[in-house]
Design a protein. Structure first.
Lengths: 767, 215
């Protein structure tokens, strides 16, 4: 006899196991419909891989696992997929979720299977993959994907495998019957797990002592197998010894730390139903398509265990067992302690449904109304997790999250022992479930909001950086312009000085040569004409590039032109200075240029300043006017070119036309700006530039705020009026937009029209 | 020896000297610690910001949650955030040790269910206006390309709806998902709000009563 350990707390409710153990595991007729929810396990719901109308065979996969933490789902009989739609699922929420519906053809034809007589030939990954593809999940309770559990990521070697045959909850006998009838398969399944875990040196099969037949059957099977690692251990009946942590403590004396996993202690626990399913999946190739479920309760004629196809509607199962509805009937999925009442009898049996309980009202009366807590401390005595249920209850009521966590709410296994013993009938466990849910949701929201904060801050940073870069560029440009201005101003102010120096230099350098003023002048004139011709060329090039809408080239050319302009000015200056000098010193008859230069030197200097310099000195309005004029000129040229091209019927006509249109657009824009500027000047309300550049988001915020403010003060009727008014405004806006688009022959006319119509629809709907 | 004698002869002075020395040592340690373990940023603002929902919708009147957090730290009222609703107000009140006011309706109403933006993609003309408005970069797209909302990033702030010229952005309510569902607190057990030995009539339902008795 192995040593067993005591666990804290626990209760001894009425067993009620005999009702359903009188018969062997039975079967029922084929249901008219099979409903397979995509989420029957913990983790992501599976994704359907079949189509409506498709025929499937028994055991064919209908949905593949979605990611690592998921499980596949298989057709539990042959038939046609009649629908893939949302149905109410077997879940306490009573919510709807995606299900694959099969209409059975009654033939129950198996798909070809992939059996394997000797799994030791397969690699471990191969076996795990097969378990995963068979859609096997923990069948005792929550439905944790078995392939993950059978391959724990722990740096400790797994030395102990525990098979959980405790089944401590009243009424449920599915595992009991399974052990009685399929003890050999269970042990083979256990050996399969051991093969996967490598280092297991003991297999403990824990069974409560209220199942003597099961213990005997398991012992006999163990003896037959002659595997000395296997120990069948029985221990006194107490609820909830079947909890994973409790069972481990009973069998090994080890306690799992709060928030820890059994693998940390080198232990893995599997349900016996899961062991059978894995054995069948590997050795026979059968996916998980049926399970043993207890059907019990006084409103049924026949109470027993059945091997039922996944997806069989619960209502159909009850009907097959002579169900007569009682007054205020409840149908409980799972046991009386941890199960939940299903409102809808059309929900299916799923992989984790171990019991359907249809009690009469006398058998399981509705809970009495809760009374005030009398601080008896019985709940604390009963709690198997050594918590303080009464304290938790108060913190839960006052939603004191911090205190709840401090008092280890998340160690509560939701066994309901505390509610069971509470003399005041307080549904304690309900409070804990609710609080756990709220806290989990809060954590999720917290994670989401932290993420949003991060993104917001990163965006903000990015905007600031981009703004700073722009600012730096602007600054650099300004600096460069200032420098150029200074340089030019210097040159314009003392052209004579510079020139004399230059000449003296030249004289020094060419000391042997005689300085001939005429050659000098001719040289300068030549330089000027060459610079001028360069400028012209660049201008012409620019024009063609604009016509061809070649943006990048254009910029480069424009800068070239600027350079050329500067050179021309330079040359002009030099020439002028030279002329002046020689006008005074000698009375040589000049070229036309020389005649020009007879004007007063002061004025000459001013004239000589480059157009660029002039531009800098101009006011905004002047600049704009100049821009308009230049665009007009360009437009003239472009139009001319376009006409020529059209007459000559050259292929570039279209491109040229585009250029003309663009210029037209630009011109009208520039004109509008000019008009705007004129207005601004006249009204003397020049807006600071930064205002125009304000963030689009800020504008929207301001508007939304104003709206909200106005809304708060309004009655419902007014609100509606306001809504209508705002809609009308939006319609107007949409209309102008549409008209504009039509005028301009925009590509998006259809889209604008659509938006306009939709808004109008909205308006009719509201009013 | 002479030092020992001096100490023995002037107990008061030696005590003072000893205390002074200790004060100097601890002062230095504390001073060092203050520099070495300096807390970056304003912890109160950070704490407040951590409680705000980070929708970045601006309904509070500030361009984002952080500025509002700053403003609360500077003494602004805590009831201006509609997306956070009463829960956030309560948490803020807890943090700051003040009474929790009701939500200020002037800034909008608390919506029961979260929302998320959705672009009807075949109507989008690709103007990128919505991208510029989105505070958390939850919209994906490029000029003249169809745009789409990354649902998992969208905070439901509503700021992208207005700028869209073709009105193709809808705010959809997000139905609670299965994994988000959880049991509700049991209802209709008002009588159990107090413990049985408390003689007040069992209709009082403030949790305060409960805590008083618990304490
Ligand atoms: S439901 Fe939780 S608190 Fe109550 S007895 Fe069970 S483990 Fe303890
Ligand atoms: S068992 Fe019930 S009445 Fe007794 S202390 Fe716990 S909650 Fe209170
Ligand atoms: S997509 Fe729209 S609603 Fe969503 S966060 Fe961005 S701006 Fe707000
Ligand atoms: S604002 Fe509207 S039309 Fe423009 S890109 Fe966004 S969704 Fe598309």
């Amino acid at each position: 006899m192995r040593q067993i350990w005591e666990t804290p707390g626990g209760i001894h409710p009425e067993q009620n196991k005999h009702q359903s153990t009188g018969e062997q595991i039975g079967t029922i007729a084929m249901p008219p419909e099979i409903i397979l929810p995509m989420g029957q396990h913990i983790g992501a719901p599976a994704t359907p891989i079949v189509e409506v109308g498709q025929t499937v065979l028994k055991g064919e996969c209908v949905a593949k696992p979605e990611g690592f933490f998921s499980a596949a789902i298989h057709a539990s009989t042959s038939g046609t997929i009649s629908a893939i739609e949302e149905r109410t699922i077997t879940h306490p929420s009573g919510m709807r979720a995606l299900c694959v519906i099969i209409k059975p053809d009654g033939k129950d034809t198996w798909a070809p299977l992939n059996p394997c007589d000797d799994y030791t030939q397969l690699s471990k990954d191969e076996i795990l993959e097969r378990i995963r593809n068979a859609g096997i999940v923990g069948m005792g309770g929550a439905g944790f994907p078995t392939a993950i559990k059978a391959n724990p990521k722990s740096n400790r070697k797994i030395t102990t495998l525990i098979l959980n045959g405790t089944e401590c909850e009243p009424y449920i006998t599915a595992d009991d019957m399974l052990m009685r009838e399929r003890a050999d398969e269970i042990l083979l399944g256990a050996q399969l797990f051991c093969h996967l875990l490598t280092d297991v040196n003991e297999i403990l099969i824990g069974i409560e002592d209220n199942k003597p037949e099961a213990i005997a059957a398991m012992q006999a099977a163990a003896n037959a197998l002659n595997d000395e690692r296997i120990h069948v251990v029985s221990f006194p009946t107490k609820y909830p010894s079947g909890g994973e942590k409790q069972l481990i403590q009973i069998l090994t004396g080890k306690e799992i730390p709060s928030g820890g996993l059994p693998a940390q202690l080198g232990i893995v626990v599997q349900n016996i139903g899961t062991a059978v399913a894995c054995h069948r999946a590997i050795v026979h190739g059968e996916p998980l398509i049926s399970r043993v479920t207890t059907v019990v309760g006084q409103t049924l004629e026949k109470q027993r265990n059945i091997n039922v196809l996944m997806g069989t509607p619960i209502g159909f199962v009850l009907q097959e067992h002579g169900f007569v509805s009682d007054y205020k009937q409840r149908i409980i999925v799972g046991g009386p302690m941890m199960g939940f009442a299903a409102d809808n009898q059309n929900v299916p049996i799923i992989k984790t449904t171990n019991c359907i309980l249809a009690p009469s009202t006398k058998e399981l009366p509705l809970p009495a109304p809760a009374q005030p807590c009398i601080r008896c401390g019985m709940c604390e005595q009963a709690c198997p997790a050594s918590l303080l249920p009464q304290q938790l209850y108060w913190f839960s009521r006052s939603e004191d999250v911090e205190k709840l966590e401090e008092h280890n709410l998340f160690d509560c296994i939701e066994c309901g022992a505390c509610s069971y013993v509470c003399p005041s009938n307080i549904p304690l466990v309900q409070y804990y479930r609710a609080s756990k849910g709220t806290i989990k949701l809060q954590r999720e929201e917290k994670a989401k909001s932290d993420h949003a904060r991060l993104r917001f801050e990163q965006r903000q940073e990015r905007i600031v950086k981009a703004e700073a870069e722009k600012e730096a560029k602007r600054e650099a440009r300004k600096q460069a312009a200032l420098e150029a201005k200074k340089l030019m101003a210097e040159k314009a102010a003392q052209p004579a000085n510079g020139e004399t120096e230059n000449t003296t230099n030249a004289v020094d350098k060419t000391a042997s040569k005689v300085v001939d003023p005429v050659t000098q002048k001719a040289k300068l004139t030549r330089a000027l004409t060459s610079a001028q011709s360069r400028l012209e060329r660049a201008n012409a090039q620019l024009q063609t590039n604009i016509d061809e809408d070649n943006g990048s080239r254009k910029d480069a050319l424009q800068s070239k032109i600027k350079q050329a302009e500067l050179k021309v000015n330079d040359a002009q200056n030099k020439l002028d200075a030279f002329n002046k000098e020689h006008d005074i010193s000698s009375s040589e008859p000049g070229t036309p240029q020389a005649k020009n230069s007879s004007a007063p030197s002061n004025d000459k200097g001013k004239d000589a300043t480059s157009p660029a310099l002039k531009k800098m000195a101009m006011s905004d309005a002047e600049k704009q006017a100049a821009a308009v004029a230049s665009i007009e000129k360009r437009l003239g040229v472009a139009t001319q070119k376009y006409k020529e091209a059209q007459e000559a019927n050259t292929p570039t006509a279209d491109a040229l036309k585009l250029g003309v249109e663009k210029l037209e657009q630009k011109l009208s824009d520039a004109k509008a700006v000019l008009a705007q500027q004129a207005n601004d000047v006249s009204a003397n309300t020049t807006q600071p530039v930064s205002k125009n550049e304000a963030d689009a988001a800020l504008g929207a915020i301001e508007r939304a705020q104003a709206k909200a403010k106005a809304k708060a003060a309004m009655t419902d009727d007014e609100k509606k009026q306001d809504q209508i008014a705002s809609l009308k405004k939006r319609i107007d806006k949409a209309k102008t937009r549409l008209n504009k688009a039509k005028d301009e022959n925009d590509d998006n006319i259809a889209a604008f029209e659509n938006a306009y119509n939709k808004l109008q629809d909205k308006l009719t709907q509201i009013s | 020896m002479a030092a020992l004698e001096l100490i023995l002869n002037n107990p008061i002075i030696s005590a003072l000297v000893a205390l002074g020395a200790l004060a100097a040592v601890f002062g230095a340690v504390l001073g060092f610690a203050a520099v070495k373990f300096k807390v970056e940023g304003d912890p109160l603002v950070e704490q407040i910001d951590a409680l705000l929902p980070q929708t970045q919708c601006g309904q509070c009147g500030f361009p984002g949650c952080k500025p509002y957090a700053q403003s609360i730290a500077d003494g602004d009222s805590i009831n201006k955030c509609p997306p956070g609703g009463q829960t956030t107000i309560n948490e803020l009140a807890d943090l700051l040790g003040v009474d929790a006011p009701e939500l200020d309706e002037e800034h909008g109403e608390e919506s029961a269910l979260p929302k998320v933006a959705f672009i009807r993609e075949d109507e989008c003309i690709g103007c990128t206006k919505c991208i510029q408005a989105c505070p958390v970069d939850a919209i994906l797209g490029a000029a003249k390309q169809m745009h789409t909302v990354i649902t998992s990033e969208c905070t439901g702030c509503d700021l992208c709806v207005e700028p869209c010229p073709v009105d193709c952005i809808d705010m959809l309510t997000v139905e609670p998902e299965l994994h988000q569902w959880h049991w509700a607190q049991p209802k209709g057990v008002a009588a159990s709000n107090i413990i049985a030995t408390d003689k007040t009539v069992a209709t009082d339902k403030t949790t305060a009563t409960e805590e008083e008795t618990a304490a």
